[in-house]
Design a protein around this ligand. Sequence first.
Ligand code: KU1
Ligand code: FE2
Length: 212
Amino acid sequence: NSTYLSVVEARNKVLSDYIIKCLNSYGLCVFDNFLGESKGTDILNEVQKLYNTGKLTSGQLVNTLSSKDEVRGDVITWVDGSEKGCSNIHSLISSIDAILLNCQNCLGHYKIKGRSKAMVAVYPANSTGFLRHVDNPSGDGRCVTCIYYLNKNWNSKTDGGLLRIFPEGNSRVANVEPKFDRILFFWSDRRNPHEVLPSFRERYAVTVWYFD
Ligand SMILES: O=C(O)CNC(=O)c1n[nH]c2ccccc2c1=O
Ligand SMILES: [Fe+2]
């Protein structure tokens, strides 16, 4: 009904304003309790199903050493949400689209024109994490990285898997716990080198990149 819609729109507006302010000031933005416990759990269940039915393949070109203890990196798959069993991932993507549509023409000098499919990524327990990198070092069009985390009761002291962002020209480092129902936005270019520390527990995330 109309009241529900206006509540959702008002909430999206508040969130868009927050993202615009944070991204333009710090180049990154973290927001907790994005979709709530039940929706977040629905998405987590879909991601775990993809993982447990072997739908994910190795994300990085990890040079699997011949040694017995294999190098364990992230495993990923790309979904647009129309696939069977991905309807909740689809609604996640639509929720993020709605928020960023609200930010139109207010994110730096970007005019967002599109986005990637959603990348579902799982770092297995005892994984090596992800070496320090820039998502878009070479101007491939990606301007904003958006990551939605799905890890309940995550404690990086015991579970590892911390995302560390080193904002360019800034001595401070952002240590982001991959907490359940947390959404993170950051500029995809050289302003935000980042790394994922080794993970000692399965670590789930869904990432979408927005293009200008
Ligand atoms: O999960 C995180 O907290 C951060 N994650 C990343 O920075 C990240 N960045 N670029 C990728 C490219 C291919 C496959 C996985 C990735 C990936 O997890
Ligand atoms: Fe990255």
